[in-house]
Design a protein around this ligand. Structure first.
Ligand code: GDP
Ligand code: MN
Length: 380
């Protein structure tokens, strides 16, 4: 789960990572109240879970209440890369001497945590990586050893930060590492981490992704779930206990097993189509699961055909076939369905379906045939 900047900063604050004083506002009046509390000048910042807010006009410096009111009014309701701004963060403005980049994330291939630190902050790190890769100091941290102050100091030296910033930055990186590990983050990123003209190092932005698999030991994450603007399809799928990921294509996909679901996506793409989702219904493909899966896919207006690709192993295809029929009795499905059923008891499954096949419910013998048919139907 991704956090908003203000939530990320509040998360940072629990470990003592310095940020600017500020508060959230959902209205113009609240923005002015928060600005008065933070002290002028302030920065009015759009809270959306997407980068590049500055360039999009979602971040403005304001010297007085009049300017705050004007910018708050401009930014609330603004569309930034498809995200509508509903909330602002208003904080005391900093005088910036230097902008740095700092982050921790997991490098799965290296089986270590990866810290990235750069004196070239404020711009997207992908851009620095592409144009000036040697400007990023990488540090691999063995999770068993952790990050000690001495290593952090050497790392900060390697990143070539301003000498005035180094001691504070090294201490801050140790703290950021603790926040990342103890806070169960997949990503803890500060861009920019700044050196102020008064010589203070602190976080001006916060990008935090929490590891959803650790949610069970963080009951306090409930509050983030409440503001999580999840894809409505994914929300619906989660409520029904399905492994679903929304995509932007037109062929809805239902498969049993993550491997088969991914292969199905590949084959649909290979024959010129595009998947509307990934959906693994797992081992149990009874009527309840099938109805839930069809319901979620049916809620997506972009879906023009549905490809149900089942290879029976422990799951018996005759049960799946019955599940599909029962589900169709319960849910009205807008798009035509293509079935490919193979594996354990496939013949029995096909016999169950045979009397019900129509131009709305089609059977194909192989995965490739099924994908072609589904893509053709989606293109009509
Ligand atoms: P992003 O564009 O979504 O990454 O938003 P950031 O919070 O990183 O802000 C973008 C840029 O706005 C920063 O890189 C700064 O240059 C500028 N900015 C943000 N806060 C302040 C501030 O307090 N003072 C000044 N002078 N500039 C700021
Ligand atoms: Mn930023």
């Amino acid at each position: 789960m991704d956090l908003f900047e203000y939530q990320g900063k509040q998360y940072f604050a629990r470990w003592g990572i310095p940020t600017s004083p500020g508060g959230v506002a959902d209205t113009v009046d609240e923005a002015v109240t928060q600005a008065e509390a933070a002290g002028y000048p302030v920065v009015v910042k759009a809270q959306v879970k997407v980068g590049g807010r500055g360039k999009a006009g979602g971040i403005k410096l304001a010297a007085d209440a009049g300017a705050v009111a004007k910018y708050a009014d401009d930014i609330l309701g603004m569309d930034i890369k498809g995200h509508i701004v509903r909330r602002l963060w208003v904080e005391h403005a900093s005088d910036i001497a230097e902008e740095y980049y700092a982050s921790f994330t997991l490098d799965r291939a290296a089986k270590k945590h990866l810290g990235m630190l750069s004196a070239e902050g404020g711009v997207e790190i992908e851009e620095v990586a592409a144009t000036n890769p040697q400007a990023i100091a990488r540090l691999y941290v063995d999770p068993v050893d952790g990050l000690d102050p001495e290593t952090a100091r050497m790392w900060v030296d390697a990143a070539n930060l301003d000498p005035d910033a180094r001691a504070q930055a090294a201490e801050l990186m140790v703290t950021l590492y603790r926040c990342y590990v103890e806070g169960d983050c997949d990503l803890a990123e500060i861009n920019p981490l700044i050196l102020t003209t008064e010589g203070r190092v602190h976080a001006l932005d916060a990008k935090v992704t929490l590891d959803d698999s650790a949610a069970y030991r963080h009951p306090e994450w409930e509050e983030y779930a409440a503001t999580d603007t999840e894809d409505p399809r994914e929300q619906m799928a989660k409520e029904r206990g399905l492994q679903y990921i929304g995509l932007s294509g037109s062929v809805g996909i239902i498969a049993n097993g993550a491997g088969l679901a991914m292969s199905t996506l590949d084959v649909v793409t290979q024959v010129g189509g595009s998947a509307a989702n990934f959906l693994d219904i797992g081992g149990g493909a009874n009527a309840d699961v099938m109805a839930a899966a069809l319901e979620v896919i049916n809620s997506d207006p972009a879906v023009k055909s549905i490809f149900v690709n089942i290879f029976g192993g422990i799951t018996r295809v005759d049960e799946v076939a019955q599940g599909v029929l029962d589900a169709l009795g319960r849910v009205d499905i807008a798009a035509p369905i293509v079935l490919r059923l193979d594996g354990t008891n496939a013949e029995a499954g096909r016999q169950i379906l045979a009397p019900h096949l129509s131009d709305r419910l089609v059977a194909e013998p192989t995965m490739l045939d099924g994908a072609r048919r589904a893509v053709a139907l989606a293109a009509r």
